[in-house]
Design a protein around this ligand. Structure first.
Ligand code: 5RP
Length: 219
């Protein structure tokens, strides 16, 4: 079974979590793309979607799904997205695709977060995947110095600009023992827009793609 097969399987399973007539919060990335394709098949059963990136908005519209702004949509019943790493406590590292800020906004405005991952992303401790941080461009050097002081190795994501016009610094070498604490600490560095730890608002349900089928996990 390929990784794409596992992603497709969790995307199909996620459709069960989409209430009829709702506006769906939609994440970003290759797994979210599989979910968007599944959503296209039931588009007559939903009112529309709120996208966490320009790329997801385009894909949703390509399926004929109406994309609403979060301001117009209000509080959402469900948000569906992938992750780069996740623990059994439902704490995640996200932002490999650089959409972390809008993802965190839409996730925070949703009653339920359904996370879709293949089994390789379930870890005991977060941090093997470099932690993405979105920064205001003028703060890149000063934020990098402060990240280094915390014990990480900050690397600027070359040639990448976020949908919000900012930069991404990927922090390597962090062993994240307390994700809730670190998420708050990183948010207090001036110039940081968002960090890729999703721990204060963890996922509610993890649909994990394994060769033996889709496993459902909750914290
Ligand atoms: C994008 C994200 C994605 O959810 C994360 O990178 C996982 O992507 P993929 O499904 O392609 O493995 O956070 O900003």
């Amino acid at each position: 079974m390929s990784q794409d097969d596992l992603k497709r399987a969790v995307a199909q399973a996620a459709i069960e979590y989409v209430p009829e007539g709702c506006i769906v919060g939609v994440g970003t990335g290759s797994t979210a793309n599989f979910f968007i394709d599944e959503l296209g098949k039931i588009k007559h059963k939903i009112r529309g979607a709120v996208a966490s990136s320009e790329a997801s908005a385009l894909r949703l519209q390509g399926h004929g799904i109406e994309v609403l702004s979060l301001n117009d949509a209000g509080y959402l019943q469900v948000y569906v997205d992938g992750a780069d790493e996740i623990t059994a406590h439902m704490h995640m590292v996200k932002g490999g695709g650089g959409a972390l800020t809008r993802e965190k906004i839409v996730a925070g405005a949703s009653a339920r977060f359904i996370c879709l991952c293949d089994a390789s992303k379930l870890v005991d401790v977060l941090g093997k995947f470099p932690l993405p941080i979105e920064v205001i461009p003028m703060a890149q050097a000063s934020v990098s110095r402060q990240l280094a002081a915390l014990g990480g190795q900050p690397v600027l994501r070359e040639g990448f600009i976020t949908d919000n016009g900012n930069l991404i610094i990927d922090v390597h070498g962090l062993k994240i023992a307390n994700p809730v604490e670190l998420e708050s600490a990183l948010d207090h560095i001036a110039g940081v827009v968002t960090n890729g730890l999703f721990a204060r608002r963890p996922a509610d349900v993890l649909l994990l793609g394994t060769p033996d089928g889709v496993k459902t996990m909750t914290a």
